[in-house]
Design a protein. Structure first.
Length: 259
C-alpha cells in the first residue's frame, strides 16, 4: 500500500488503478477512497485513476492537529501526485472533494489538465447552504434515524428500495471523533469564491437536480464563476448522482475528459 508524506509528515494512503493518462478522483467529506468503489472501474478503463484516503480517514494518518482544511487537503493531494511521479492530471472532485479540487486548479494550474466539479459548492459566504431542517435532522441524537436521513439525501427512494448496501458514501466508520469534527469544520469553512476565476483548466460542473444536501443551485453559481465552464445537470438525481445515476452521469464526464 503506497503512502505519500504530507508537508507536516502525515502519511497519506493512496492507490492507482488502470492505465493511461492520470485522473484523480476526490471523495466527499469524512470519506475514504471507497467512495468511488461503485464507479472507479468505469474510469480505470480509460485512465490511471488515483484515489486516496484524506488525512483522518482510511489508511492515512489521523493527527489531532489544526491541519484540516480544503486548501490543506489540496496540498495533500499534490503530495500524493508527487510521490506517484505524476506531474499533471485530470481532477474529478465530488462534494467536499470538489471544494478541494477548486483549490488545486486555482492555485496550481500547471498540475491540472481538465477539471470536473461534482455536487459541490463555492463555500458558505456565496454558496447556497442546505436548509436548517436538514441540519437538524442530521444532528439528531438518534444515530439510526440520522443515518436514514443521510441515505435519503444521497439516494432516491427507488434506489434505496432495491439496494441494501454496503453504502460507501456515508462516511468512514473507522474515523475517530476528532477527525470527523475537523473534516466537518474544514468543509464548512471553505470559501473559494475569489479563487474560482483563476481556474484556467477546462471545467465541467455536474450536479443532480434533486440534491438538497448540497443544493443544486450551487452548480450554476460555480459554472458562472469559472471562466468557460460547462454545466451538466442530472435530472432526478440526489447527492450521490455519480453512483446511482452512473449510466447517465459517467458518459458525459468521460466524453469531457477525453475530448
Amino acid at each position: 500500500m503506497p503512502h505519500a508524506r504530507a508537508a507536516d509528515g502525515a502519511a497519506l494512503h493512496y492507490e492507482v488503478h488502470g492505465a493511461g493518462r492520470p485522473l484523480v478522483l476526490l471523495s466527499g467529506q469524512a470519506n475514504d477512497l471507497h467512495w468511488w468503489d461503485a464507479v472507479r472501474d468505469d474510469f480505470a478503463a480509460e485512465f490511471a485513476t488515483v484515489v486516496l484516503d484524506y488525512r483522518g480517514t482510511g489508511g492515512s494518518d489521523r493527527p489531532d492537529t489544526d491541519t484540516y482544511s480544503t486548501p490543506g487537503f489540496a496540498r495533500d493531494v499534490l503530495a500524493v501526485l508527487d510521490h506517484a511521479g505524476i506531474e499533471r492530471a485530470h481532477v474529478y472532485g465530488t462534494s467536499m472533494g470538489g471544494r478541494v479540487a477548486q483549490w488545486i486548479a486555482a492555485d496550481h494550474p500547471e498540475r491540472v489538465d481538465r477539471l470536473v466539479l461534482g455536487c459541490t459548492s463555492p463555500g458558505a459566504p456565496h454558496g447556497v447552504e442546505r436548509g436548517p431542517d436538514i441540519r437538524r435532522a442530521l444532528a439528531q441524537p438518534d444515530a439510526a434515524a440520522a443515518r436514514r436521513v443521510l441515505l435519503e439525501l444521497m439516494y432516491t427512494p427507488d434506489w434505496l428500495a432495491v439496494h441494501q448496501g454496503p453504502f460507501h458514501t456515508l462516511g468512514d466508520p473507522t474515523m475517530p471523533g476528532h477527525a470527523r469534527g475537523r473534516h466537518l469544520r474544514a468543509s464548512a469553512r471553505h470559501d473559494a469564491w475569489d479563487a474560482l476565476p483563476r481556474i484556467v483548466a477546462p471545467t465541467l460542473v455536474v450536479h443532480g437536480t434533486d440534491d438538497t444536501f448540497n443544493p443544486a443551485a450551487n452548480a450554476p453559481l460555480i459554472a458562472g464563476r469559472v471562466p468557460g465552464a460547462r454545466l451538466h445537470l442530472v435530472p432526478g438525481a440526489r447527492h450521490a448522482y455519480f453512483e446511482e445515476f452512473a449510466k447517465v452521469a459517467t458518459p458525459p464526464v468521460l466524453e469531457f475528459l477525453t475530448g
